[in-house]
Each structure stands twice: as structure tokens, then as C-alpha cells.
Design a protein around this ligand. Structure first.
Ligand SMILES: Cc1cc2nc3c(=O)[nH]c(=O)nc-3n(C[C@H](O)[C@H](O)[C@H](O)COP(=O)(O)OP(=O)(O)OC[C@H]3O[C@@H](n4cnc5c(N)ncnc54)[C@H](O)[C@@H]3O)c2cc1C
Length: 371
């Protein structure tokens, strides 16, 4: 019997495994493929931002902001986080009052945010187009190397004694007397759960729990593009846009990553994603509308091979598996689960150990969808 069993080896599974093992727990992590092949993998870096988040995630992000700069030291690896600040660009006058309100809300939640007028935006981003009339600025935001973080969590977890079984898909969960008692793997192995089970398989959670719960969530293959090396770097911050589907970040070799939420196409049979031309063109048009110097930029890579789960209200669902008091699932990160991973993985581990749901996770329960 294993005290804690975790399904899924992305940043959430690996992170929870490490937080548990660090406190001396007996943990086994079961990953269908390899560590870090899902949404926690892929080219470039991930935006680590509070700016523009749903207010219910702001307390999680406040804690994550405190953790990101030194997390690498705890995991014993080189720095994987860079604090660049995030600019949420504003192009439409009708968005100004809403942005002021958001600025107030973010500050009230302890996320330092400034409303910058056009002149100050241009001082920070000299190449941004004249149509940008203001921006919300969060100095504590940045970017982090998702592959390095996920691998570091897994390596530290292993070092702390976690047994990580790759190529081990979980087929089903057994329950007994109101608790998850075991999981059955694809090869028929039955692994008993001593204390808690974590279902952290992201895009696989709904399928795994389909006999127990129907969640208003779906899966999306978010598409990202990596440019060819540029003659010079046109941006100085992590860039977002209040009314365009756009995120731009600097990448190695003087490249840019251009993304923001345009979809690719997912093939559920081969479990692979393909970038689509219309998404690429729309994403590039938004980019050029904001940084005209990027007109005609060459694209080296377009990737849509990493499936993410999304909820109708754009925030995660984190709750107990119905009919159990010891199986916790977390899914529907809605394209922005990365930045909050340090704090949320710690809270999930706390919950599994104590049996008590952390207060900050209450807003993400399935109950919010109840009629
Ligand atoms: C292209 C892209 C860009 C993103 N950009 C940002 C960003 O800039 N900022 C941000 O905050 N967030 C971003 N995100 C979101 C963030 O990366 C994800 O929310 C986060 O990585 C989810 O981690 P996870 O561990 O839950 O899921 P995953 O990394 O998907 O891990 C789940 C794992 O479960 C495994 N699994 C599935 N089924 C089973 C089974 N039956 N048995 C065993 N294992 C199973 C899978 O193989 C997979 O390895 C982005 C996501 C994508 C895809």
C-alpha cells in the first residue's frame, strides 16, 4: 500500500509529489507517458503573471509571486524564473475605466499594479504602436522555463524518495466506503491508496471521472509560434493585450514567442496537435497591429501539441472526487495554470496530508456550477 498516489506527471503531479515527499510522505506518481509531455511541456517559456487574472486566482498568485524567485534554490537547480514585469496593453478608450477598476482590484489583493499613461508605456516599450493609449503594469510578473521547472520538481521528488512510474496509464479508480481505495493501471496492476489520491491528469481528468461527475470543461490545443532570430529585440517586458488575443515574450537566440490563446487542431486518436494557418495569421495580425516592426516576421516553429483543459468560467476546478473524502482532482487550468503552480501544488499537498481543504482553494470547487 502507498500512502499517497498521484495520477499525472505534469507540473502539478510532480510538484505535489515533491511537496509531499519533502515532508517525509510515501508517494507514488503514475504517468501515462513521460514526465512533462502535456501542457507543462513544449517550446519556449510560460508567462508567470498576475495581471489580468480572475480575482479568485489573485491570492494564489500573490503567494506564487513570493515563491518563484527562490524556488530553484529549494529544488537545487539553476534559476528558471525571470522577473520582467507584465504590460497589459490598452488600445480602446472604452476599456480605460474597466482597467482602472482592475488596477484597484489587483492592488487590493496585494498584487502591485500601476495604470500607465501612453507616455510611460512608450518609455518602457518604445516600439509599441501609437494606438496603445495606456497599460496595466505588474512589476512582479515574469516568465519561467516550464520544462526546467517540471523536470526539477520530478528530480527533487525522486531524490526525496518518490517512486515515479512512467508509461503507466491509470485506467480506473476503485472506491470503497466513501474513499478512493486503489487505482488500476493499464497493465492491470492494482495500487492501493493508503491516505490520499490526487487526480492531476489535466486534459485526462474529465475522461477518468466521467462515471462520477460531468464538468462544464473541454480540452484545447493552444497554439504557440516561435519567430526566427530577430535583428533586434522589440520588446522589454512580458506583453499581453486587454482586447486582443495576444501574448508576446522574449525567447533564447533573439526570438519571440507569440501566443495568447488561438487554437490548433487536436487528433484524439494519435494524441497529437497540429498548428493551423488561420490561427497563425490571426495571431500575427494582432502582433503587427501592436508592433508594426514585426510585419513579415519569419516563423520558425508553430506548435499545438500540448493539450490543456478549459472551464466555461475560465478558472480551474479543484475539488474532491464525488463519493470520496480522500481523492482530490484539479483540472481546467484554462491556459493560465502555470504561474500559480508553486502555491497551488503546495496547497494540494497540504490538503492531502491534513484532510482539510485550504481556504484559498474553496472558490474553485465544483459547487460553483450548481443550479
Ligand atoms: C501552449 C500552452 C501555453 C501556456 N501558457 C501559459 C502561460 O503563459 N502562463 C500560464 O500560467 N499557463 C500557461 N499554460 C497553462 C499551463 O501550462 C498548464 O495549466 C499547466 O502546465 C498544467 O499542468 P498539469 O500538470 O495540470 O497538466 P499536464 O502538464 O498536461 O500534465 C498532465 C499529465 O497527466 C498525464 N495523464 C493523462 N492521463 C493519464 C492517466 N490516465 N494516467 C496517468 N497519467 C495521465 C499526461 O500524460 C500528462 O503528462 C499554457 C498551456 C499551454 C498548453
Amino acid at each position: 500500500m502507498t500512502e499517497f498516489v498521484i495520477i499525472g506527471g505534469g507540473v502539478y503531479g510532480a510538484g505535489v509529489a515533491w511537496w509531499l515527499a519533502e515532508r517525509g510522505a510515501d508517494v507514488r506518481l503514475l504517468e501515462a507517458k513521460q514526465i512533462g509531455n502535456g501542457a507543462s511541456a513544449g517550446p519556449g517559456r510560460r508567462g508567470t503573471r498576475a495581471n489580468g487574472r480572475d480575482w479568485r486566482e489573485l491570492p494564489l498568485m500573490k503567494l506564487a509571486h513570493e515563491m518563484w524567485p527562490s524556488l530553484h534554490e529549494r529544488l537545487g537547480v539553476p534559476q528558471f524564473f525571470e522577473r520582467l514585469g507584465h504590460l497589459l496593453l490598452i488600445e480602446c478608450a472604452r476599456d480605460l475605466q474597466m482597467a482602472e477598476a482592475r488596477c484597484l482590484l489587483q492592488n487590493q489583493h496585494g498584487t502591485e499594479t500601476h495604470m500607465l499613461p501612453q507616455g510611460q508605456v512608450r518609455e518602457r516599450e518604445p516600439e509599441v504602436c501609437d494606438d496603445i493609449i495606456a497599460a496595466l503594469y505588474c512589476p512582479l510578473d515574469g516568465v519561467s522555463d516550464h520544462t526546467a521547472v517540471t523536470n526539477a520538481f520530478a528530480a527533487a521528488a525522486r531524490k526525496a524518495g518518490v517512486v515515479i512510474s512512467e508509461n503507466t496509464p491509470v485506467q480506473s479508480i476503485e472506491t470503497d466506503g466513501g474513499r478512493a481505495s486503489a487505482v488500476i493501471t493499464g497493465s492491470g496492476e492494482r495500487i492501493e491508496v493508503g491516505k490520499s489520491l490526487f487526480v492531476l491528469s489535466n486534459a485526462g481528468v474529465q475522461g477518468m471521472l466521467q462515471d462520477r461527475i460531468s464538468l462544464p470543461i473541454w480540452n484545447r490545443a493552444f497554439q504557440v509560434m516561435l519567430t526566427e532570430p530577430l535583428a533586434h529585440m522589440p520588446i522589454n517586458h512580458l506583453i499581453g493585450h486587454l482586447s486582443r488575443t495576444l501574448a508576446i515574450k522574449e525567447e533564447a537566440g533573439n526570438r519571440l514567442m507569440i501566443s495568447g490563446g488561438y487554437p490548433g487542431i487536436w487528433d484524439p486518436v494519435t494524441e497529437t496537435g497540429t498548428a493551423i494557418e488561420s490561427s497563425m495569421q490571426a495571431n500575427l495580425a494582432d502582433t503587427v497591429a501592436v508592433y508594426s516592426s514585426l510585419e513579415g516576421v519569419g516563423i520558425e516553429l508553430a506548435d499545438a501539441d500540448h493539450l490543456e483543459s478549459v472551464a466555461v468560467d475560465d478558472i480551474p476546478v479543484i475539488d474532491l472526487v464525488p463519493g470520496t473524502d480522500n481523492a482530490i482532482y484539479a483540472t481546467a487550468w484554462s491556459g493560465h495554470g502555470w504561474a500559480i503552480a508553486p502555491s497551488v501544488t503546495q496547497m494540494l499537498a497540504d490538503w492531502g496530508m491534513s484532510g482539510k481543504r485550504p481556504e484559498h482553494l474553496v472558490p474553485f470547487s465544483h459547487e460553483r456550477f450548481s443550479a
